[in-house]
Design a protein around this ligand. Structure first.
Ligand code: ACO
Length: 426
């Protein structure tokens, strides 16, 4: 039997020269393509890839997605199993360190994160400085960046102990900042972290407790549902915000600055801001009889169906399936969010429409998550913030993998210059 050759033979028709380019792990190295030249002085062939749709920027052992079959795994474990049997903190540990924690490792991990939840009083004052109607995502992005000034040692990214400390701090303080941002908008007194509560119960307490002197018991069903939502959002390989985290990390900036930049990317309506847009869209539709008009506008290219479509998933997003089920568990505790009926009907209609079938557009993670967050009592502006809390685990895992990967260099792509040729002032 003929042995398969792991290479690509190419003929450059401009010169008639032949080249052999190695294939490794189903990829050719873009730098190998550069050897294809018109002349010695030629820079060499570039790969043009706007949106980086077909460029692998790293080797990663963290998250596996098969977009064709709707598969998502963290470190090899199917998302369905993790969502069902693990806590968000266990999953965060898995993403960052590669294995699920043992009982003692989990205890230590929990202790470390719980004991880094408090923020410096000056951070509180910093948050106070925002306008009353500031978007909480804007507050989160700026405050994450501000943290770097409080922990200047965080620049020492190659010291494992220092790195771990910043990992605890970022996972612990992000929910506190998020909750303080929310309280600031409401003009409500800040609620300090409670070390006796779980990660998500503490967050719910910081957000919803009416005042420090008033009682509030986070509902365990809601705390659990939020925990599952955090697991589902914890990582998603090389998406826009993660790529930003890696890009800033590749310059060896501190992780707070990198996380602030990643959060800024997540804020965009085509990324983490989509769940906010889904609710606005469903609220605009209000009743199912207005769905056909919306579908018409989408098909005419006048708008997008928010929460639909994905760069990678060309079948049902497995996270959307889990979330849809979770919605009904949450409605047992909260009132049913009437938008769920509009969403279900919209999904049905879209999935049977030729436009969506042809383009393989299915609901993504954001289609149903907003409906649950809203039922839990979170205002729409908090949705991307909730996403950022969850995604912090993935950002940190990817940042650490990036800086420890000897193959990685500062991320610095090329361009095809289309501006004027050299010219001179008159
Ligand atoms: N509604 C209507 N048409 C759509 C949608 C949509 N939501 N998404 C894609 N399409 C169409 C495009 O118009 C295009 O059609 P064409 O071939 O006739 O031009 C085709 O499907 C391919 O779309 P692209 O924009 O090329 O796909 P891309 O991979 O670049 O975009 C994205 C992916 C940004 C997620 C897109 O599907 C979208 O805008 N969705 C709505 C926003 C959203 O829900 N974002 C959340 C993503 S999940 C996350 O970030 C956590």
């Amino acid at each position: 039997m003929e042995v398969m050759k792991e290479s690509l033979s190419v003929v450059d028709n401009r010169t008639g020269r032949s080249y052999e380019v190695l294939i490794r792990d189903g990829a050719v190295k873009a730098s190998d393509i550069r050897g294809i030249k018109l002349s010695e002085r030629d820079f060499g062939l570039l790969c043009y890839d706007p949106g980086l749709v077909n460029t692998a920027i790293c080797r990663s052992g963290i998250t596996y997605i098969d977009g064709e079959r709707g598969v998502l795994r963290y470190r090899g474990y199917p998302i369905e199993e993790l969502a069902e049997r693990c806590s968000y903190l266990e999953v965060a540990y898995l993403l960052i360190y590669g294995e699920l924690p043992s009982r003692s490792q989990l205890e230590e991990w929990r202790w470390n994160i719980t004991h880094h939840t408090i923020i410096h009083e000056n951070i509180k004052k910093f948050i106070d400085g925002f306008h009353y109607d500031a978007h909480p995502m804007g507050i989160l992005i700026s405050t994450l960046a501000a943290l770097s000034t409080f922990y200047p040692e965080s620049r020492n990214i190659f010291d494992e102990e220092v790195r771990n400390k910043q990992i605890y701090r970022l996972l612990a303080k992000t929910p506190t900042i998020a909750a303080f941002a929310y309280r600031h908008l409401r003009g409500a007194p800040y609620i300090y972290p409670d070390n006796d509560l779980s990660y998500t119960a503490n967050f719910l307490n910081m957000v919803f407790r009416p005042a420090p002197n008033m009682r509030y018991e986070p509902d365990p069903v809601l705390a659990k549902a939020l925990d599952v939502l955090f697991i589902l959002h914890a990582d998603h390989e090389q998406n826009c915000s993660t790529t930003v985290m890696r890009a800033v990390g590749s310059a060896h900036s501190d992780p707070y600055s990198a996380a602030a930049a990643a959060a800024a990317a997540l804020y965009g309506p085509l990324h983490g801001g989509a769940n906010e847009q889904v609710i606005r869209m469903l609220q605009e539709i209000k009743s199912v009889d207005r769905i056909p008009q919306l579908i018409k506008e989408v098909k005419e290219g006048r708008r997008r169906l928010m929460g639909f479509g994905h760069r990678v998933y060309k079948s049902y997003d497995p996270r959307a399936r889990i979330i849809k089920k979770l919605a009904y568990e949450v409605f047992e505790v909260t009132e049913k969010n009437p938008l769920i009926d509009v969403a279900m009907e919209l999904e049905q209609i879209a999935l049977s429409d030729e436009y969506f079938i042809q383009r393989r557009l299915y609901p993504n993670v954001d289609f149903y998550s907003g409906i649950i967050y809203q039922a839990m009592g979170f205002p729409i502006e908090m949705f991307p913030v909730l996403f950022a809390i969850a995604r912090m685990a993935g950002w940190l895992a990817q940042w650490q993998e990036q800086i420890l990967d000897p193959e990685q260099r500062i991320i610095r792509p090329r361009q095809i210059y289309t501006g004027p040729a050299e010219r001179h002032l008159e």
